[in-house]
Design a protein around this ligand. Sequence first.
Ligand SMILES: NC(=O)C1=CN([C@@H]2O[C@H](COP(=O)(O)OP(=O)(O)OC[C@H]3O[C@@H](n4cnc5c(N)ncnc54)[C@H](OP(=O)(O)O)[C@@H]3O)[C@@H](O)[C@H]2O)C=CC1
Ligand SMILES: O=C(O)[C@@H]1CCC=N1
Length: 273
Amino acid sequence: MTATTIAFIGTGNMSYAIIGGMVKSGFDPKHIIATNRNAEKLAKVAADFGVNTTADNLAAIAAADVVVLSVKPQMMAQLCQSIQDSGIDYQHKLFISVAAGLTVARLREMLAHPVKLVRCMPNTPSLLGKGVSGLFATDINELERDYVSQVFAATGIVVWLEHEAQINDIIAVTGSSPAYFFLFMETIEAKAIELGFSAEQARQLVQQTALGAAMMACEQQQISLAQLRANVTSKGGTTHAAIESYKAQHLADLTSDAMDACIARAKELEQEL
Ligand SMILES: NC(=O)C1=CN([C@@H]2O[C@H](COP(=O)(O)OP(=O)(O)OC[C@H]3O[C@@H](n4cnc5c(N)ncnc54)[C@H](OP(=O)(O)O)[C@@H]3O)[C@@H](O)[C@H]2O)C=CC1
Ligand SMILES: O=C(O)[C@@H]1CCC=N1
């Protein structure tokens, strides 16, 4: 698709998903380098997607035009210090950080240079091309913006954000939220097992229902989510009883509080790191 070489530094859950999305959508694995300190994880990403792998971050960065910083936020200072100390001429490379809670200003401080930097908040469904990536950058040119858009469009929907603070909001809405859906699915699965379905049946029943509901929402966008819910809810029927139980237990408030907690933690990380 493009001859730009991109290196993913710290290829764990998130970068594995992005790389998977890229390769499945046609990016040439020869132009992708994945690093990790864990040999097993590297072997898996090489076997699954045919990308180049190395345990040597600095060699990968030296060989790349674009560097995706993908370690946990708490590991970032150490990684950036090693880049600073390396003697690599990295000042003109394009950096992309997927870390929560690290601002452009803080990352530039860590790298000790005003490097070109994009903040990205992806999510793990990127692996299937069903991801959402919130992107923010201040000073990249059109070609760089197009390249970054292409990379993340290969993994799903791309939303360029106007303000950096919106990165924290999109973490709550899309970055972390696959976990909310999984938690909800887990609770239905557990109850199904309690009701006597086998573990295998329970998993199948819940995943198929979640998939069906998500596909109905995607394919009938002219119908509001509230209407799709109403279509399941017969007057005086069983769903109504379930929904009223959720309402009585303030599901909307619980969700709003959880999302506020997510945003608050992102802001806290900005102060801590
Ligand atoms: N997971 C998600 O859904 C999302 C994550 N993010 C962001 O993505 C980043 C990564 O998260 P995630 O993928 O979940 O984390 P992981 O821990 O799965 O991935 C990071 C990987 O980097 C390795 N690593 C750590 N330090 C180094 C180093 N110096 N050199 C080479 N490899 C290193 C870790 O090794 P080891 O296994 O030994 O620890 C780990 O395998 C975070 O900053 C997070 O905020 C953003 C959006 C969504
Ligand atoms: O939990 C986290 O901090 C990261 C960011 C969004 C999803 N996972």
